[in-house]
Design a protein. Structure first.
Length: 316
């Protein structure tokens, strides 16, 4: 039986009003880098009179830490960063991702892949291509069939292999980042057919974030510059699925003394939100990183007063 092609509800267009979001993964508490992204996206939404949503991106369950989602929410609230709707969880939205995968199957844009990372590395080595450490390998199309086809529901449900999206030839994506300017990426040369569902049955971030942004009517995406390289493939999926493309702003990253992005892997420490004074100090550091100046610095300033001033000062 061929998997039915279903439609998700039509998302609002940007003309319907600004809707932004902050989407942390619950792999640990907020650190200085994640607060910069949260504050930047919150200020952009408030400056534009828009809504700000909180999405917990807990798809990669092996990496998630129990209770980290609640800790993140507590830290945001301590910094005065309130959201406008109930927080959403990707782990509770699996049916939407299944529908989207089915739509791509109906368009004959999917195929199964049994390649391990080592198989891909060996195939690239045979082509004389060496991938630098910590960089994504360009998939050489080892498992791509000569003719793409429709797969049955049972075949799609199998988790013994990954499912990749089949790119057309010369898949070139151009877009304007509202901070960084014109961006361009050739997905074939820089990425290759990429994975939408892993062989453990987990949907990938690339598919889930596109479906979530469309379903929630997100019109503006303000996030860290480390996610810039994901944007072209997400725009490609948006086009395939018939979704509107949001506007993008990518913010400068907070780096440690070694020039590495702050993260759990680089042992970033959590922000201190034990009281209002500490929370305001963290917000001030984040604002400085974002280039905001002329904000109230008195000891009697409340978080609400400071955030109002920061909203008026927001220019990115």
């Amino acid at each position: 039986m061929i998997l039915a092609v279903s439609k998700l509800k039509n998302p609002p267009s940007p003309a319907d009003g600004y809707r932004g979001r902050f989407a942390p993964s619950p792999t640990g508490p907020l650190h200085a880098g994640s607060l910069v992204a949260a504050l930047g996206s919150w200020l952009d939404a408030r400056k534009n009179g828009g809504q700000w949503l909180l999405r917990i991106e807990d798809l990669d369950t092996p990496r998630c830490i129990l209770g980290a989602d609640l800790q993140i929410q507590s830290q945001l609230l301590a910094c005065g960063l309130f959201w406008d709707e109930e927080p959403s969880y990707q782990s509770r939205r699996q049916d939407l991702y299944k529908v989207a995968l089915g739509r791509l199957n109906g368009l004959q844009k999917l195929y199964p892949c049994s390649c391990s990372r080592q198989i891909i590395a060996n195939a690239l080595a045979n082509l004389g291509i060496q991938t630098p450490r910590n960089q994504e390998m360009v998939y050489p199309g080892t498992c791509r069939p000569e003719h793409l086809e429709l797969y049955s529901q049972d075949e799609i449900a199998q988790t013994s292999h990954t499912w990749r999206v089949a790119l057309p030839e010369n898949c070139h994506i151009d877009f304007e980042d509202l901070v960084l300017g014109h961006q361009s990426q050739n997905l074939n040369q820089q990425l290759g057919d990429f994975v939408l569902r892993r062989n453990d049955g987990l949907f990938t971030y690339q598919l889930a974030v596109v479906v979530d942004d469309a379903d929630q009517g997100i019109t503006h995406i303000v996030r860290g510059e480390d996610l810039l390289s994901n944007t072209a493939r997400q725009i490609y999926l948006q086009k395939l699925l018939g979704y509107a493309t949001p506007l993008y702003k990518h913010l400068p990253l907070v780096l440690n003394e070694h020039g590495e992005k702050l993260s759990k892997q680089t042992l970033a420490t959590q922000i201190n939100t034990q009281d209002e004074k500490c929370s305001l100090a963290e917000l001030r550091k984040a604002a400085k990183h974002l280039g905001l100046t002329g904000l109230p610095d008195g000891e009697s300033t409340t978080i609400a007063e400071w955030l109002l001033a920061a909203t008026h000062a927001w220019r990115l």
